[in-house]
Design a protein around this ligand. Structure first.
Ligand SMILES: NC(=O)C1=CN([C@@H]2O[C@H](COP(=O)(O)OP(=O)(O)OC[C@H]3O[C@@H](n4cnc5c(N)ncnc54)[C@H](O)[C@@H]3O)[C@@H](O)[C@H]2O)C=CC1
Ligand SMILES: CC(C)CC(=O)C(=O)O
Ligand SMILES: [Mg+2]
Length: 376
């Protein structure tokens, strides 16, 4: 078993970003320590609205490059509504990182835990376990990734481009079907639904056509097609009926917050952004300025993103034991809810950021946590 050091670039960012990032690194450390897998080296990179306010740059010099030199990138949250560019938009170096490293596959799990937070009264909502797969480099975010890409016509009109390319869309759908095969091996079933607006937009008809083409290569996986407006309805009406939802960038952004809300709130919304050579892991939520600095943020989205990071490194570094460390984080969160040991303030509970993080880390270190969810 290799115990070569793992290097993770850490961008804590703004608002609650630093607090939830500290929680994620603590959980990662606890998981690798529990399995005796050696140490993780963290290299911090300063970026965000705070840095922009101080220096006029959204990331420290050389930060974009150094982020890509690590084995993976861990990010908290970036942005403050009070800090804006001259064009009126916020500070978004993370969009640029997605573009530079072509992190096209935004994996955003939406999962209900037993005794965990619920927003739907229907008992079937206990079975929610789906993945929003959000294309993360193009779509309607293409103009936003790099400032100045929008077409500004004096003070009378602004045009943004919705870009769908065959190359990225083929990779995205292939990623979706490969993920479906992995989930089928574990759960016995898999369904990939293409979520689009192919009734109206040519770009979306193209997105769906490529979905159909890629699907032909995966006859073992069930497929579905849904318009995004109907999908929003279905996610409230019968979210348990879905498995992997693959969609354009902007749709994925919006549907992700709906997904977080379904299983409690944004503090449950983890995220992996994966490209061919790099991966960035961050909660799907923002910097939550309304609760920043009060120890109120739920760190579970960041902690679960840390689990996704370890799972990613298992494959990237060819160290399968790191996937066990990732599962240990997942098992600890599962056990924490199952045994009612985790009670975040986000859901009216008593536990602040540090308390939730400490509880998860303690559970990670207890032998009975191993394989907990598979035994329950
Ligand atoms: N990936 C990123 O770094 C993102 C950054 N942002 C930025 O964050 C700032 C705030 O944006 P908002 O639209 O308010 O979205 P937000 O996700 O920060 O907050 C939305 C709501 O969810 C709550 N919330 C979010 N995360 C939480 C957590 N971990 N625990 C408990 N409650 C949580 C907040 O208190 C707020 O009520 C903006 O500057 C925005 O641009 C927004 C989304 C993603
Ligand atoms: C740049 C971010 C503010 C976009 C966003 O909301 C997200 O990535 O989920
Ligand atoms: Mg978002």
């Amino acid at each position: 078993m290799s115990s070569a050091s793992i290097t993770v670039a850490v961008i804590k960012g703004d608002g609650i970003g630093p607090d939830v990032t500290d929680a994620a690194t603590a959980a990662i450390d606890a998981a690798v320590a529990a399995l005796g897998l050696g140490a993780v080296t963290y290299r911090e990179i300063k970026a965000g609205a705070g840095v922009f306010k101080e220096t006029g740059r959204d990331i420290e010099p050389g930060g974009d490059e150094r982020a890509g030199q690590a084995d993976a990138i861990l990010l908290g949250a970036i942005g403050l509504p009070s800090v804006r560019q001259k064009d009126g938009t916020e500070i978004t170096p993370h969009l640029r990182l997605r573009e530079i490293y072509q992190l096209y596959a935004g994996v955003r799990p939406v999962r209900a835990y037993p005794n965990g937070p619920q927003r739907l009264a229907d008992p079937r909502a206990r079975d929610i376990d789906l993945i929003i797969l959000r294309e993360s480099t193009e779509g309607l975010f293409y103009s936003a990734a790099i400032h100045g890409r929008a077409e500004v016509i004096g003070d009378t009109e602004v045009r943004e481009t919705l870009r769908i390319t065959r190359a990225t869309t083929e990779k995205l759908h292939t990623f979706a079907f490969n993920l479906a095969r992995k989930r089928k091996a574990r759960r016995g079933k898999a369904l990939v639904t293409c979520v689009d607006k192919a009734n109206v937009f040519e770009s979306m008809a193209f997105f769906r056509r490529i979905f159909d083409e890629v699907a032909e290569g995966f006859p073992d996986i069930e497929t579905g097609r849904n318009y995004v407006d109907a999908q929003a309805l279905d996610l409230i009406r019968q979210p348990w009926a879905f498995d992997i939802l693959v969609m354009e960038n902007m749709f994925g952004d919006i549907i992700s917050d709906l997904g977080g809300g379904l299983v409690g709130g944004m503090g449950m919304a983890s995220c992996a952004e994966i490209g061919d050579d790099a991966g960035l892991f961050q909660p799907a939520h923002g910097s939550a300025p309304d609760i920043a600095g009060q120890d109120k943020a739920n760190p579970l989205a960041a902690i679960l993103s840390g689990g996704l990071l370890l799972d990613y490194l298992a494959e990237k570094l060819d160290r399968p034991e790191l996937a066990d460390a990732g599962l240990l984080i997942d098992d600890a969160v599962y056990r924490g809810f199952y045994e009612r040991l985790i009670d975040p303030m986000e859901f009216g509970g008593t536990m602040g950021t540090r308390d939730v993080a400490a509880t998860v880390c303690r559970l990670i270190g207890e032998p009975e946590t191993r394989d907990f969810q598979r035994n329950h």
